[in-house]
Ligand binder design. Structure first.
Ligand SMILES: Cc1cc2nc3c(=O)[nH]c(=O)nc-3n(C[C@H](O)[C@H](O)[C@H](O)COP(=O)(O)O)c2cc1C
Length: 396
């Protein structure tokens, strides 16, 4: 096995940390305020147990499923992430890896690569949008994504513009020009391989957002911070606005960021195809419980009407199995593939997906199932007091 092979996501994270300038690494780590949600997303999976059999196991395991009409070779989707200065090929490398491994890819509207470049190498791209700008501007962006061949829309609504982390936030420049690079020189020079990759590609890390303008207008695309400003100044959406988004897109639609039962029901009424139970990887208001804790209540409330996926804290195949057993149709992964991308580009993302596949397969073997469709809550040991239910009146 090549020395580049990473046997776990934790190893990919260690390599990413070694390779990336500290500010870039810390921008990926993210989290907000005290970091309670970030920590809970990870530790909650560790609280869940599994109950393996030792005989009567299945030699064949089928990991395939579908979400939003797309075939998944395993119940994993690339969650959209908007951090670009990780690798010169950025989202295109991720898209190639996802296509090679048969999983769909969410593409952030804050991505650094044009959507057309990404759909050229992956036919299962789900375009992600925030509620930002005017309806007209959003409709034009949806139109561009649709024409580029995106097969679904992910509307991400769980963001509260909370600033400040107790462990400090990285300084990210408005634009990575030579002047900004010079001010980063000391930390960048400590990471020569990261610099070398960009030097070889002939480009500086790109902090613009080409998908927020019409095709061909990319030179006028806002910087990441310009886009963030437009988003922050947009009045938050109503449920009618969300129903408008669903109509305007006119195809498979996921609302990402649900953690309350009442919101899940309202999402059904707005006409969505799917929801992702999520707290934005611990980046929304701190104190939001881990999605795996609220997943069963959401599945219970709306799982027979729409598809329910979850994201947050997935780092191994057994995490995927636990989520599917508790009712998720699939999970979405964020940092896990970002670590792979940062560590080793496209092969690094493929490596992470292979680690997850191997882990799902061995958990399925131990649990005695031949298909992910057969996973049930009884496969998981859920300790008392583990689950949370948000958004229903407390019983008196
Ligand atoms: C660095 C970073 C950037 C992100 N950018 C976006 C984004 O642009 N759009 C979005 O919908 N979610 C974004 N997310 C959230 C992810 O899609 C996903 O919800 C989260 O990473 C899942 O948690 P995990 O990292 O523990 O897997 C981002 C997350 C991280 C860590």
């Amino acid at each position: 096995m090549s020395s580049q092979w990473m046997e776990t996501v934790a190893e990919a994270q260690r390599r990413a940390k070694k390779r990336l300038p500290p500010s870039v690494y810390s921008a990926l780590l993210a989290g907000s305020e005290r970091g309670t949600s970030y920590d809970d997303n990870l530790s909650a999976f560790g609280e869940l147990g599994l109950a393996p059999h030792v005989a009567g196991l299945s030699q064949q395991r089928d990991l395939a499923t579908t979400v939003m009409g797309q075939h998944l070779s395993m119940p994993v989707i690339i969650s959209p992430t908007g951090v670009q200065a990780v690798h010169p090929e950025g989202e295109v490398a991720v898209a190639r890896a996802a296509a090679a491994r048969g999983v769909p890819m969410g593409l952030s509207s804050f991505a650094s690569k044009a959507v057309e470049e990404v759909t050229a190498v992956n036919s299962q791209v789900l375009y992600q949008s925030y509620w930002m700008g005017t309806r007209e501007a959003m409709a034009r962006r949806f139109d561009r994504a649709r024409k580029a061949g995106c097969v679904g829309l992910i509307a991400t609504l769980d963001w509260s513009f909370s600033y400040g982390r107790d462990w400090g936030s990285p300084a990210i420049p408005e634009k990575l020009d030579l002047k900004a690079m010079a001010s980063f020189a000391p930390e960048v020079l400590r990471r020569p391989r990261w610099l070398y990759d960009f030097a070889r590609s002939g480009k500086l890390p790109d902090l613009t957002t080409p998908n927020l303008v019409d095709p061909g207008e990319e030179s006028a695309a806002p910087t990441f911070f310009g886009a963030y400003g437009e988003w922050a100044q947009t009045a938050p959406p109503s449920w009618d606005d969300i129903a408008w988004m669903v109509q305007e897109w006119g195809g498979p639609f996921m609302l990402k960021g649900i953690c309350r039962v009442d919101d899940a029901r309202a999402a059904v009424d707005a006409g969505v195809t799917a929801v992702s139970v999520s707290n934005h990887g611990g980046n929304n208001i701190d104190g939001t419980p881990a999605p795996i804790r609220v997943l069963p209540s959401i599945v219970d409330a709306v799982g027979d009407q729409i598809e329910v996926v979850m994201d947050g804290g997935v780092r191994r195949g057994s995490d995927v199995v636990k989520a599917v057993a508790l009712g998720a149709r699939a999970v979405m992964i964020g940092r896990a593939y970002l670590w792979g991308l940062a560590a080793n580009g496209q092969p690094g993302v493929e490596n992470v997906l292979d680690v997850l596949r191997g882990g799902i397969d061995s958990a399925m073997l131990g649990l005695g199932h031949s298909s992910v469709q057969d996973l049930r809550p009884t496969d998981v040991l859920v300790p008392d007091g583990f689950t949370r239910t948000l958004g229903v009146p407390a019983r008196s």
